[in-house]
Design a protein around this ligand. Structure first.
Ligand code: FE2
Ligand code: FE2
Length: 177
C-alpha cells in the first residue's frame, strides 16, 4: 500500500508536464479496448511501465519512460471507424510519433518508445530498455482491458486470468526465443 502510494506520487510528478499541457485531453473521446478510452489506456500503460521499472534491478530514464508511454498511442483518431491505407495496428505507431513530434520535444528514447511499442507486430524490436518495458506494459494493459471489456466477472475467473497472462507473456516473449 505504502509502495503503491510512493509510485503514484512519483508518477504524478513525472507525468505532470505532459498531462498539464492538455494535449492528451482529445484521447478521452476515443475508445481503445472495451470500455477503456485511449486516455485511460495511455495512463495505465505509463503507470504499469513505471511500476515495472521500480521493481527491476536496472537503471531507467523514468521521466522519458513515463512521457513516451503517455504518448505511445497519440494517434488521435477513432481506430474503429477511420479507414487507413494500412491496418491500424501497423500504421498507428508512426502516426502517433508524427503527432507527438509536432506537439512535444521528444528525446530519442521517447521516439523509440512510441514507434516500436507494437513489436512484434511491427518487426523492428525496441532499441532501449525503456521501449521494451512500454512494449510489455502495453500488451499487459491491452489484455486486461480486453477482459474488462468482455465482462469484469469473466476477468475475475481464475482460469481466464491465467489464460490472459499466458497469452500476454507468449506475445511478449515469443520473438525473443
Ligand atoms: Fe498502440
Ligand atoms: Fe497502447
Amino acid at each position: 500500500m505504502k509502495r503503491q502510494y510512493k509510485y503514484d506520487s512519483l508518477f504524478s510528478t513525472l507525468a505532470a508536464p505532459v498531462l498539464k499541457s492538455g494535449k492528451l485531453e482529445p484521447l478521452r473521446q476515443y475508445t481503445q479496448h472495451g470500455k477503456c478510452t485511449c486516455y485511460d489506456h495511455s495512463l495505465m500503460v505509463a503507470r504499469t511501465a513505471l511500476a515495472m521499472a521500480m521493481r527491476l534491478p536496472f537503471r531507467f530514464h523514468k521521466d522519458q519512460l513515463v512521457r513516451g508511454a503517455l504518448l505511445h498511442d497519440y494517434f488521435l483518431y477513432d481506430w474503429h471507424t477511420v479507414k487507413l491505407d494500412r491496418l491500424h495496428g501497423f500504421a498507428h505507431p508512426y502516426i502517433a510519433l508524427e503527432n507527438a513530434k509536432r506537439d512535444f520535444d521528444l528525446t530519442p528514447i521517447e521516439e523509440n518508445i512510441i514507434v516500436r511499442h507494437m513489436f512484434p507486430l511491427t518487426p523492428v524490436p525496441p532499441k532501449y530498455r525503456e521501449s521494451l518495458l512500454v512494449t510489455l506494459a502495453d500488451k499487459h494493459c491491452a489484455n486486461k482491458e480486453f477482459f474488462i471489456g468482455v465482462g469484469r466477472k469473466l476477468s475475475q475467473k481464475k482460469v481466464f486470468a491465467q489464460i490472459a497472462r499466458a497469452f500476454s507473456v507468449l506475445i511478449a516473449l515469443l520473438p525473443w526465443t
